[in-house]
Design a protein around this ligand. Structure first.
Ligand SMILES: Cc1cc2nc3c(=O)[nH]c(=O)nc-3n(C[C@H](O)[C@H](O)[C@H](O)COP(=O)(O)OP(=O)(O)OC[C@H]3O[C@@H](n4cnc5c(N)ncnc54)[C@H](O)[C@@H]3O)c2cc1C
Ligand code: FES
Ligand code: FES
Length: 1243
């Protein structure tokens, strides 16, 4: 390898300021650089793999050839800083700030309530801002497209999109959409008028600052001069371990390619970056030819189009649009197929970063473009020092045959895409777990050429993605089909042969083998139909609905009770008040834990977790790790000074490990990179122990199956009679919390009295205090936990922060005595903290032919994991709430928590209720099916009717429940919609619609008296709660998790003290000011803390009166006497998450060795902006959570319609989540039959 010169200076601009980095490290990404070097913490880390958009910034580059400036969004976690030479970066801080002026994008996102925890907000701002820089008056479609790469776990997206739409030329918000009718209809206008007491406005557009695009910062002139400099030279950046070289001419590049044949060419870094991070790859040299003009061009000829390898996928999209608009339709079939897939490939950020060349060469097995390029006979134009040549982008290339590969010294210059012809059809087909920003489960590129004027196949090509380690070609089947007519018999043979040729082994990575095989032939069938339509033949028997490429977000409105017109104008209760921190969220100035400035001498922590489900720890060798640069300490169980096993929760694994992901050691070092490197060098030897219990089934099958906690029972009515009924099973799988801010802790030891201060985002600071104190063996009074805010929690931050707090506290107390910053990487967070309890429900139901249920006997089994955590409480919830809204005279249920060798499951929004309710609704639906009744009829028949005692002996009046049910059916025009769905289903064989309504009885509160007593709400006014200037400081025990708790308590305090909200401040939650507070969970936070605030003035300062108060009232810790609601409908928009949280479509997968498969964000499919199911939510926390189940049962309804049409009338169970796989395989048909029978049967 030739010797490398010294490092050059890296020059780029950030927010208009020049950055000159003399020691640019090729391994550093922009996210790290912004946050840790420039201390611009508005840009957030949430996934580190380009999939969530929290780290989005705008990158601007000047093109010296076209003399234009190109602005694009980029995810900084995948941008190496060295790639930025000559670029201008705009972060959320550069867009606007509270200190100077906030930008209209920030203002509108905040005022439209487009945020809750606010962790995703800077990314949202940057995506909309970048769009506006390119399109000052965007269309609504451009808004949704721009936000497609940004995830939000809190808002349900609707308000975010709506804030973006305020920049569109025309207002698109319909005010009576909630009624299911149209405001343009004159009759409906009067309908809208009739709803006098209902308000739909959550913000006032007149308050918005106007948006003036001419006021945006200019592109730095110095960068224009740099770009136009005729004497540009090759740049080299030398890091600690790696070198980055940016050539400026093609010859330079070819020379480098010859000298460093193994060095990757870094273009968008969207393939290289993840493979380094997750694939543990190391490259000593990187070559970055991104700016070379020779790689950026479009050339059209009569034969087709050639596109430079350096074009980003977004530029490719624009180029294809232009070609399609200029060329006749028949010539652009390949271009149109590519365009369709380009719109859903990843999110806008990745499409703007990833390049055509990078995509073609990296050849991911899930590639959406390569199968189409291959089917369209594309060629790759290569260049090396030896000259140019062309290779086919065909099966052998995609299957990585050595003879079809690039030579090591070659680079891709461009890709040529020939035009299609009249008798040539090209299509791209894909199926993914979500429309956008999700890898395909199976995709395909197919093409067929016919003998002119006939339906005789002249040439056929089929390429499939995601069915093996590479894209595969069904070349043998295609060959066999040449000369055949395009008819049904051909299709049947084609399906059989393709199934034969494309073999997916039963143990294939990713599973879903039967489903994938079904998709292989289903996609072929779809292509067959499309081509038949193209050939203008009538297709009888099957009707294809019109294809909707990207679902648009339908406008909707919130309806809420208007405040009394006589209410005092200053009284905020009842008004939709903006989140107290909204503007700070939107400007990135809201401080989350890792945004806190560095503390002198702080260390970073990396963890080492068990790789075995159940094993003895034979040895731990830390010597190599300790010897690495920057490493300060390695901690194991031996170093815990106090209790390493507090309430059966193990802090550090000792002697044995009981699940994959259990923390065995931690490494502290001066940087996270050093800590992580050292963690890789730790050597742990294990000896496996039997049994390894991974599933509920294995728990039951195993003689040793233990419970994590005690069994819970509930019984009501007369002695359960013996009844003959089938025992049925329903599975409800687990779920990942995916709060956007991963668990983060800042632990600062104090010099005196063994004190320690912890800053963290938790729902339960008292619990953290308890665990840290026990682990360090100090009184709790020495441990201070502070919570300013958390970037989402959803139950995942109730108990787990205590464990992680204790883990970090040990290292601060051990020798080092230095502060610790502990930020869990997304993968570790998902692995360690587990999630919702998977549940197996078994039931026997006794019912009459008229749908009346007489008896139910239900058993629940939950996967508790390896330690108790909150399993007991979750199980108690499951059992206590398991009657839902129904009266079943003879009812018995019991729940059994299974101990497994898996990370311990924990609280999750709904806390067992959703799992139990899926079982209840499943048997209601089953009874309906057996009695030939509609599910809603059976629900109504069995719904609680009169005041009675619940199974847990509480008197319950069902009148509001029944009224709500009736109103819901009426207002949603349920029966009319049901008829319309039925009509649709009769006309469409391949598309079905379903509708479901689910009643719900949810009691808030905890089944343990202790929690209710202690959680009655602590509000303490500091010694001087009302300061001499009249400002008020309120402190309570609830944690701000994005739900707007502080906003709501300020509203209450404002009303009760009769002062403007602006006088009231809520600083943080702390164990110092409010001791022994209970968790903020279970939808009780506002009720108990709000009630306490409401009671406060009467006991404390009856008249606030004047602005300035000269008395000094004494401190008054206050407890509210009952958790009844202080009538708080004020802060409306944070109700959306409930709906989104049910996620009836996403799944978590465990494999038999106990490894959580889904440890990347990209594998986990949280709904994104195009998943429009998220737009109807209106509930409250836990209770609203189960509203999402209506989607599950609507899917059931649609699947039932499909099955009926196929002659399958037997009652079936749809377990949760209803993934595409479950839905497809339950809709059994000729395709699933063919797969299941090993290729027999016909289509
Ligand atoms: C969050 C995320 C979501 C994604 N979603 C999808 C999706 O839904 N569908 C899909 O199909 N893909 C998806 N991808 C993959 C993405 O399309 C590819 O990573 C991307 O196209 C690679 O391009 P790049 O410019 O970033 O390549 P780089 O990472 O820069 O380079 C990749 C490889 O190509 C080589 N290379 C690059 N350019 C040349 C050249 N001109 N000549 C020779 N070799 C070259 C490099 O040496 C390197 O080995 C996703 C990626 C991410 C990160
Ligand atoms: S996309 Fe960068 S952190 Fe998620
Ligand atoms: S507000 Fe979007 S993730 Fe919390």
């Amino acid at each position: 390898m030739p010797s490398l010169p010294n490092s050059d200076e890296l020059i780029f601009f950030v927010n208009g300021r020049k950055v000159t980095e003399k020691k640019a490290d090729p391994e550093a990404n922009l996210l790290f650089y912004l946050r840790k070097v420039l201390r611009l913490t508005g840009t957030k880390y949430a996934c580190g793999e380009g999939g969530c958009g929290a780290c989005t910034v705008m990158v601007s580059r000047y093109n010296a050839k076209t003399k234009t400036i190109h602005h694009f969004p980029a995810t900084t976690c995948l941008v190496p800083i060295c790639s930025l030479h000559g670029a201008a970066v705009t972060t959320v801080e550069g867009v606007g700030s509270i200190k100077t002026r906030i930008h209209p994008v920030q203002e509108r996102l905040a005022k439209c309530h487009g945020m809750q925890c606010g962790f995703c907000s800077p990314g949202m701002v940057m995506s909309i801002y970048t769009l506006l820089r390119n399109h000052p008056e965007p269309t609504p479609e451009q808004i949704t497209e721009a936000l497609g790469g940004n995830l939000c776990r809190c808002t349900g997206y609707r308000p975010i999109v709506e804030s973006g739409k305020t920049f569109c030329a025309e207002s698109t918000v319909c005010q009576v959409k909630g009624s299911g009718k149209c405001c343009l209809d004159p009759e409906e206008r009067s309908f809208a008028n009739r709803q006098e007491k209902i308000c739909t406005k959550l913000y006032n557009e007149d308050e918005f600052q106007p948006f003036d695009p001419s006021q945006e910062p200019i592109f730095p002139p110095e960068l224009i001069r740099m770009a136009e400099d005729p004497n540009k030279r090759k740049l080299t950046f030398q890091g600690e371990r790696t070198t980055w070289i940016s050539p400026v001419t093609l010859n330079n590049l070819l020379e480098l390619r010859t000298n460093f044949p193994k060095a990757p060419l870094v273009m968008g870094n969207t393939a290289v970056g993840p493979s380094i991070k997750f694939g543990n790859e190391f490259h000593p040299v990187f070559i970055s030819p991104l700016g070379l003009p020779e790689l950026h061009f479009v050339n059209t000829t009569d034969a087709g189009v050639t596109i430079g390898a350096g074009y980003s996928l977004a530029q490719l999209n624009d180029a294809l649009c232009l070609i399609i608009s200029e060329q006749p339709k028949e010539k652009t079939k390949t271009c149109r197929a590519l365009l369709k897939h380009l719109r859903t490939l990843a999110g806008a950020q990745i499409r703007n970063m990833a390049t055509l060349g990078g995509h073609v060469v990296s050849r991911p097995n899930y590639s959406d473009l390569n199968p189409i390029l291959a089917a369209g006979n594309a060629t790759i134009n290569l260049i090396s020092k030896d000259g140019q040549r062309q290779i086919l982008l065909n099966g052998p290339f995609l299957e990585r045959s050595p003879e079809a590969n690039l030579k090591s010294e070659e680079i891709v210059l461009s890709v040529s895409i020939p035009y299609s012809t009249q008798w040539h059809f090209v299509s791209g087909l894909r199926l993914a777990q979500r429309q956008e920003n999700a890898f395909a489960i199976v995709n395909a590129g197919m093409s067929v050429k016919f003998e002119d004027g006939t339906n005789i196949i002249k040439e056929l090509q089929m390429f499939y993605g995601s069915v093996g380690p590479t894209i595969v070609s069904a070349s043998q089947s295609c060959k066999q089909l040449v000369g055949r007519q395009w008819d049904d018999q051909m299709l049947t043979d084609a399906c059989r042969w393709v199934l034969d040729e494309i073999y997916i082994p039963p143990a294939a990575k990713g599973g879903m083998v039967e489903y994938k095989r079904t998709l292989i032939i289903s996609l072929l069938f779809k292509f067959y139909l499309k081509v038949r339509q193209g050939l203008n033949k009538m297709v009888t028997g099957f009707l294809l609905g019109p294809e909707k490429e990207v679902s648009e977000i339908e406008d909707s409105t919130f309806n809420h009770l208007c405040v009394d017109p006589y209410q005092h104008p200053q009284d905020p209760v009842g008004h939709p008040v903006m989140h107290q921190s909204a503007i700070k969220h939107a400007t990135g100035e809201a401080v989350f834990i890792d945004d806190m400035p560095p503390i002198n001498q702080e260390l970073f922590l990396a963890i080492v977790t068990s790789t075995r489900a159940h094993a003895k720890i034979i040895s731990i060798d830390i010597s190599e790790a300790l010897a690495l640069p920057g490493v300060v300490d390695v901690i194991t169980a031996e170093d815990v000074p106090g209790d390493n096993n507090h309430h059966r929760e193990i802090i550090y694994a000792q002697n044995e490990v009981i699940c994959v992901g259990q923390i065995v050691c931690t490494v502290a070092a001066d940087t996270y990179a050093h800590a992580k490197e050292a963690a890789k060098k730790l050597k742990i030897t294990y000896e496996d122990i039997e049994p390894k219990i991974i599933t509920i089934e294995s728990h039951r099958a195993c003689q040793h199956g233990e419970m994590v906690v005690v069994i819970k029972n509930m019984k009501s009515g007369v002695k359960l009679p013996r009844f003959e009924s089938q025992l049925c099973e329903v599975h409800v799988e687990g779920q990942e919390h995916f709060y956007m801010e991963t668990q983060t802790i800042l632990a600062i030891p104090k010099r005196e009295d063994k004190k320690m201060v912890l800053h963290l985002g938790t729902q339960f600071p008292t619990h953290v205090q308890e665990y840290v104190a026990a682990t360090l063996n100090v009184p709790r009074s020495r441990i201070a936990c502070h919570v300013k805010r958390a970037g989402g929690a959803f139950g995942g931050k109730v108990t787990k922060p205590a464990l992680l707090g204790a883990v970090s506290a040990v290292i601060t107390s051990h020798g080092t005595g230095r502060p610790i910053r502990f930020i869990l990487e997304r993968g570790d967070d998902m692995l360690i903290t587990a999630g919702r309890h998977p549940l197996l429900g078994k039931y026997k139901i006794g019912f009459m032919n008229n749908g009346v249920i007489k008896a139910a006997d239900v058993e629940y089994y939950v996967t508790g994991g390896c330690t108790p955590d909150e399993s007991e409480l979750v199980l108690e919830f499951i059992v206590l709430k398991s009657e839902n809204a129904y009266y079943i005279p003879n009812f018995r249920c019991h729940g059994r928590p299974c101990k497994t060798n898996l990370p311990s499951n924990t609280a999750f929004r709904g806390f067992g209720f959703p799992q139990a309710m899926v079982v209840v609704e499943a048997y209601i639906t089953a009874v309906a099916s057996q009695c030939n009744l509609l599910p809603e009829e059976v629900k109504e028949i069995n719904m609680l009717k009169r005041i009675s005692k619940t199974a847990y002996k509480q008197t319950f009046n069902p009148e509001p429940l029944r009224r709500c049910w009736k109103e819901c059916l009426e207002k949603s025009s349920f029966h009319a919609r049901k008829l319309a769905a039925e009509e649709f289903n009769q006309k469409n064989y391949w598309k079905k619609r379903g509708l479901a309504v689910v009643p719900m009885k949810f009691t808030i509160g905890m089944p343990m008296a202790y929690y209710n007593q202690v959680s009655l709400g602590e509000v303490s006014f500091h010694p001087n709660p009302i300061y001499l200037d009249g400002s008020v400081l309120v402190t309570h025990g609830g944690c701000e998790l994005g739900q707007g708790l502080h906003t709501k308590t300020i509203q209450v305090a404002s009303r009760e003290l009769n002062i403007p909200q602006s006088y009231i401040h809520l600083s943080e939650t702390s164990t110092v000011t409010v001791p022994n507070a209970v968790f903020t969970a279970g939808s009780m936070g506002t009720d108990i803390n709000g009630k306490a605030v409401q009671l406060l003035p009467s006991q404390f300062c009856p008249k606030w009166g004047t602005r300035s108060l000269h008395s000094h009232p004494s401190s008054l810790p206050l407890r509210s006497p009952s958790p009844s609601s202080p009538h708080l409908p004020p802060y409306l928009p944070q109700n959306n998450p409930a709906f989104i949280c049910f996620e009836p479509l996403s799944e978590c997968v465990w494999v038999c060795v106990g490894v959580y498969v889904c440890i990347h964000q990209l594998a986990l499919k949280d709904p994104c902006i195009s998943d429009s199911l998220l737009h109807f939510s209106q509930g409250l926390g836990e209770a609203g959570m189960f509203m999402g189940s209506s989607v599950l049962f609507a899917i059931y309804d649609a699947v039932a319609a499909a099955r009926r049409e196929r002659g399958l009338t037997k009652t079936f169970t749809l377990s949760s989540p209803a993934t595409p796989e479950v839905i497809r395989m339950t809709c059994a048909d000729q395709f699933t039959d063919m797969v299941r029978s090993g290729g027999q049967g016909s289509i």
